[in-house]
Design a protein around this ligand. Structure first.
Ligand code: FAD
Length: 394
């Protein structure tokens, strides 16, 4: 047997699975269909925000991921940095939720700081005076330039003597045989390993589709854009806004969340799941998004590929309400897709004793993925079926 584990898919989940397996001394085969990362992992904001996650399992995984990212950040300071996350309230009601959240953070020992509208504008001078009713700052949170992060992570993995990285090799079949698991690629290559872990992102119709295409699995299509570098605008770290406070799981634990009145915006924001996030890159360009459209995993033919101008207009209008920006010169617009398991927040399953599936982490993969895969790798090598490895904590 050549490999202790074969990992199929090298997005953030598969790559961190390989990272942890190597750390525990295993011989690893990592296989991806592409020559460079191209999935959700490089199409996102790179906001590492445990503050937005539900307060039990996912925030804890986010907090552990921050530690793991910190270990890596000295090796890749231009790809991973700590400048915090600022949530800005657009109404007194939302500001009230930020106060409640701050209290919850104090009780759960997660650092945050309430700041006044003036302090918000000191941090982000372009914030509109009329928009901002107060802020909650998490100084410990991080941001990633995802394309660079994955480039460096792949290089780091490629350098490890115990890892064989097979790129440009779509896996077409995986079978448990008496002497191990056989992995076959469309290139004609065939590999044997003790365990196989499939981290196939939103590709749910190729390997074990009968297991992956459950009622609880959806594919979400997101749309976002990057501006050209804007001179004189400073947005440190992650900037999250009123519609995000209403959308992110963490805030649902605030006592007054259920009493929020409807936001004062066009109903199409709700229809397209638009909430506004900003992250500035080193060159001064700003990523702005996003929107959410949902498709059943069982019916991937309905998945649309178009960029909607209507969604762009909604995002641009809201961005201009939040920030005093010069004319937004959009450089690039793109879609990203992720799979999302709606009952537990992730799809973890052992198809056989030694073939395991991990995907469906939804919009939290950059935040919680590194720590989740640490647990998954531990579970696999302790012979725990994957669906049980987080059972106590859901
Ligand atoms: C627009 C957008 C914004 C987001 N913003 C954030 C954010 O700010 N913070 C956050 O925490 N999360 C964010 N997310 C979510 C996060 O990006 C995802 O949860 C995460 O990237 C999912 O990683 P993955 O490894 O499961 O999938 P992917 O990154 O899609 O990787 C899957 C990999 O598997 C490979 N693969 C699939 N099938 C095969 C096969 N048969 N053979 C070989 N290889 C195969 C693919 O080539 C691909 O490289 C965002 C997502 C999007 C789309």
């Amino acid at each position: 047997m050549k490999f202790d584990i074969a990992i199929v898919g090298a997005g953030v989940l598969g790559s961190f699975a390989a990272y942890h397996a190597l750390k525990s001394g295993k011989k690893v085969l990592l296989i991806d269909a592409s020559t460079k990362s191209h999935g959700a992992t490089v199409r996102n904001f790179g906001q590492i925000v445990p503050s937005g996650m539900n307060l039990t399992l996912w925030r804890n995984l986010g907090r552990r991921s921050l530690e793991l990212y910190r270990e890596l950040s000295s090796l890749m300071p231009d790809a991973l940095w700590q400048q915090g996350s600022l949530y800005v309230a657009s109404s007194e009601e939302e500001a009230g939720l930020l106060e409640e959240m701050h209290e919850i953070n104090r009780e759960t020992d997660y650092s945050s700081k309430l700041i006044t509208p003036t302090q918000c504008r000191e941090r982000v001078p372009s914030l509109s005076q009329g928009y901002c009713h107060g802020g909650l700052l998490y100084p410990q949170e991080m941001s990633a330039e995802s394309v660079l992060l994955m480039k460096y992570l792949w290089e780091l993995l490629d350098d490890q003597p115990n890892l064989y990285f097979k790129k440009a090799s779509p896996v077409t079949s995986i079978e448990e045989l008496p002497n191990g698991v056989e992995v076959r690629c469309s290139t004609g290559n065939k590999f044997m390993s003790k365990h196989t872990l499939i981290c196939c992102g939103h590709n749910l119709n190729q390997l074990f589709p009968h297991l992956l295409q459950t009622k609880q699995m959806q594919i979400s299509k997101l749309q976002m854009f990057r501006t050209r570098p804007i001179e004189g605008i400073k947005i440190p770290g992650n900037l999250l806004t009123g519609l995000t406070i209403r959308r992110y799981e963490a805030f649902k634990s605030c006592p007054n969340y259920k009493n929020l009145s409807a936001p004062n915006v066009d109903p199409n924001y709700e229809k397209f799941g638009v909430h506004l996030l900003f992250r500035q890159s080193v060159d001064g360009s700003i990523i702005i998004g996003d929107s959410h459209e949902y498709f059943a995993a069982r019916d991937t033919d309905t998945l649309s590929y178009e960029i909607h101008q209507e969604i762009n207009s909604l995002m641009i209008d809201e961005a201009n309400r939040i920030l005093n920006l010069p004319h937004l010169n959009i450089d690039r617009i793109w879609n990203g897709y992720y799979s999302q398991e709606n009952s537990r927040g992730v799809f973890l399953k052992s198809a056989t004793e030694n073939i395991h599936l991990a995907t469906g982490i939804g919009g939290k993969g950059m935040t919680a993925g590194p720590a989740l895969m640490e647990r998954v790798i531990k579970g696999i090598f302790n012979e725990i079926p994957l669906e049980e490895c987080l059972l106590d904590e859901y």
